[in-house]
Write a protein that binds this ligand. Structure first.
Ligand code: SER
Length: 399
């Protein structure tokens, strides 16, 4: 369907790390954190791997054997340390819900390979022109006793436009406590054909961070001290919505096929002009802002509710209730849409997420396994040496 482009970009990421670099694909965890009171929502791909970073993974769990892993994680940044709620709608690249593509090394490869893989995927595989990319690295923080990340500087320095930044931009922390470390970020210039160094980390919609590579080395303790982790790890995260905007040549994520079906559906139900992508003062009456907020919030509501976070009275539930009410107000007051509009957008969200395609693919796969299985049973039953009414115990068919 129309939504296939973004899905291809996503599978290309997973396949690159799986096929070229031996990573194990793992599913996204639900956005409701499991057993981690330090989190309101899952805010990064690394959350579900926290026990591996800390060296506390149950040795009998699958996780304990992970060395190289790749996935696409559903993330919500609407509360806690990473909260993008206030930016949503005002620009074209912050969301309360987004998908994060990530690759991980747990005590396996480190900085050099991580940087090489990321660069090769972006420039060779996705074909992004290298002269649109800028790289930042951790320049150190004397007060915190943290040295500059010279290793990373040296890896990038021969060929790349490099900028050092401090704790705020280039030292990633999961929350008030948890795994953390210096990071190196890859930024993309949507304009190109110029020198845009001054726009890196300057809140410009033209130059946007697309990929963050974190070198996990510490745990931030409750007393705010940094404890060295038992082993070093790599934790990367690239925003799917931003990657898709780059690959589809759009400055705003809302102009990609992840959002246009939703904006279109909102227009069909509203009493206002179509979405025109205006931002700031020229967006008279904040109509386009309302479109963006509603499109963003309906995604977040759908994913959260599907993962068992319902609008409610405290914690994540309260955040979701506020998100719902904010979306309702924009629908009714700005977009002049009738009651019921918000819920009526859910099927479009389901379409964009290809839930129907995924179910159909899985059904087809399962039905063909089932057919194979019954053929195997029939063949066995009809074999001449099949005696005593006892069916041979070994089965090759895995349903
Ligand atoms: N954890 C880092 C981030 O969220 C990299 O995945 O940006």
């Amino acid at each position: 369907g129309d939504s296939s482009f973004q899905a291809e970009d996503k599978s290309a990421f997973v396949e690159f790390f799986r096929d070229k670099h031996g990573h194990l694909p793992v599913p996204s965890s639900p956005v409701r954190p499991r057993g981690d009171p330090s989190l309101l929502f899952v805010n990064a791909g690394m959350n579900q791997f926290k026990p591996i970073f800390l060296g506390t993974a149950d040795p009998r769990s699958d996780m304990a054997s992970y060395r190289r892993v790749v996935n696409s994680q559903k993330c919500v940044r609407a509360g806690g340390k990473h909260n993008d709620l206030d930016d949503v709608g005002r620009d074209g690249y912050h969301h309360t819900f987004f998908e994060m593509l990530g690759n991980w090394s747990f005590g396996d490869y480190f900085k050099e390979e991580a940087c090489q893989m990321a660069w090769s995927l972006l420039t060779e595989h996705y074909g992004i022109p290298a002269d649109r990319l800028y790289v930042s690295y951790f320049g150190g923080d004397a007060a915190a006793g943290l040295p500059a990340d010279e290793d990373t500087r040296n890896i990038w320095v021969p060929t790349h436009r490099l900028l050092p930044f401090g704790l705020k931009d280039n030292f990633w922390e999961m929350g008030d406590t948890g795994p953390c470390g210096p990071c190196t970020e890859i930024h993309y210039d949507h304009v190109g054909g110029r020198e845009a160094t001054a726009l890196v980390n300057a809140d410009s919609p033209e130059v946007v961070e697309i990929w963050n590579l974190v070198f996990m080395q510490y745990n931030r303790e409750v007393d705010h001290s940094l404890r060295l982790l038992p082993q070093v790890s790599v934790d990367t995260g690239m925003g799917l919505e931003r990657l898709v905007s780059v690959l589809q040549g759009k400055t705003s994520n809302y102009d990609t096929d992840l959002f246009t079906p939703l904006l279109h559906a909102i227009h069909q139900r509203s009493g206002v002009e179509p979405y025109r992508g205006r931002m700031g003062a020229v967006d008279v009456g904040q109509v386009d802002l309302a479109y963006r907020v509603v499109a963003d919030h309906v995604r977040t509501l759908s994913v959260c509710i599907a993962d068992g976070v319902y609008p409610g009275m405290s914690g994540a539930e309260l955040v979701l209730r506020r998100i719902l009410r904010r979306a309702v107000r924009f629908c009714v007051e700005v977009l002049c849409a009738p009651q019921g509009t918000l819920a009526s957008l859910v099927p479009t969200m389901v379409f964009v997420f290809q839930i129907v395609d995924i179910i159909n693919e899985n059904e087809a796969h399962f039905l063909s396994s089932l057919q194979q299985g019954s053929r195997l049973i029939e063949r066995t039953l009809s074999r001449k040496d099949y005696k005593h009414g006892v069916f041979p115990g070994q089965s090759r068919s895995r349903l």
